[in-house]
Design a protein around this ligand. Structure first.
Ligand code: NAD
Length: 262
């Protein structure tokens, strides 16, 4: 028995990184998964590996409302007319001092990270309600709960996700939908470690520099793995978390627990 047997789950940003691992784990736990992303070739590849009975890919730019309408229709069409869960995972990060941040950049992050999650809830929650209830997992960040210099536009959107999560949980509880948020620290994906995108893989120097950084600042001594975040998403999407809603969950190797480097 899988923890998600019979459930249909939409996962955004599922072509790589955490979203890909969530899609793979959810499928292994019995779910049928609609993967959405803007990286079509990679997303198609992941869905193909999982097989058509388990997974389908659609082009879903989370900031475009018409893409959400099409994605909901595609999920229902592919998997028996129902949707039971959503993981709002898609996101982008930019580094900049606040006073040097172009307005367009600030607005772009709001569009993808914040509006994207809002549109997901708006379009998928009614389907989950119609299926008798289910779960929504939003992806915030530890920067949604505490400060981090040079990621002002990103942190603002991730704090917004926590607020959105709480309100959605309150409004959707009566419809049998639980809504929670994950707040990862540093996770070893292309977002936190762009060297992973090098065609030959990250250089030894890049890998050593990242390892040294996290050894110093993260109490558990390393960055998290996308598969570890996927296990939290699974917990929050399964009956294991049946009495939990409206909460942000930190998964950060202890980074936010307090000062560990003097
Ligand atoms: P990633 O960059 O590997 O993956 C992000 C995915 O989102 C990519 O596949 C990308 O194509 C997709 N995406 C970007 N814009 C999109 C759009 N408009 N519509 C649909 N898909 C889009 O990074 P990741 O680490 O896997 O990030 C997943 C989530 O976790 C993000 O919300 C990110 O903010 C959050 N997060 C990441 C970290 C980290 O350290 N990696 C830490 C905290 C939170």
């Amino acid at each position: 028995m899988g923890k998600l047997d019979g459930r249909v789950v939409v996962i955004t940003g599922a072509a790589r990184g955490q979203g890909e691992q969530e899609a793979r784990l959810f499928a292994a736990e019995g779910a049928r998964v609609l993967l959405g992303d803007v990286l079509d070739e990679q997303g198609e590849k992941v869905a193909k590996e999982l097989g058509p009975d388990r997974a389908r890919y659609v082009h879903l730019d989370v900031s475009r409302e018409e893409d959400w309408t099409a994605a909901v229709a595609a999920a229902k069409d592919a998997f028996g007319g129902r949707i039971d869960g959503l993981v709002n995972n898609a996101g982008i990060l930019r580094f900049n001092e606040l006073t040097a941040t172009p307005l367009e950049e600030f607005q772009q992050l709001i569009q993808v990270n914040q509006v994207g999650a809002f549109l997901g809830i708006k379009h998928v929650a009614p389907e989950i309600a119609a299926a008798g209830g289910g779960t929504i997992v939003n992806t915030s960040s530890y920067t949604g709960l505490t400060g981090m210099a040079y990621v002002g536009s990103y942190a603002a959107t991730k704090a917004a996700i926590v607020g959105l999560t709480r309100v959605a949980a309150l409004e959707l509880a009566a419809k049998g939908i639980r809504v929670n948020a994950m707040c990862p620290g540093a996770v070893d994906t292309p977002m936190a470690n762009p060297a992973l995108l090098d065609p030959d893989g990250p250089s030894e120097e890049a890998t050593a520099a990242m390892a040294e950084l996290y050894k110093r600042v993260v109490p558990l001594g390393r960055a998290g793995l996308p598969a570890e975040v996927a296990r939290l998403a699974l917990f929050l999407s399964s009956e294991d978390s049946s009495y939990i809603t409206g909460q942000p969950f930190v998964i950060d190797g202890g980074w936010m627990a307090g000062v560990s480097v003097l």
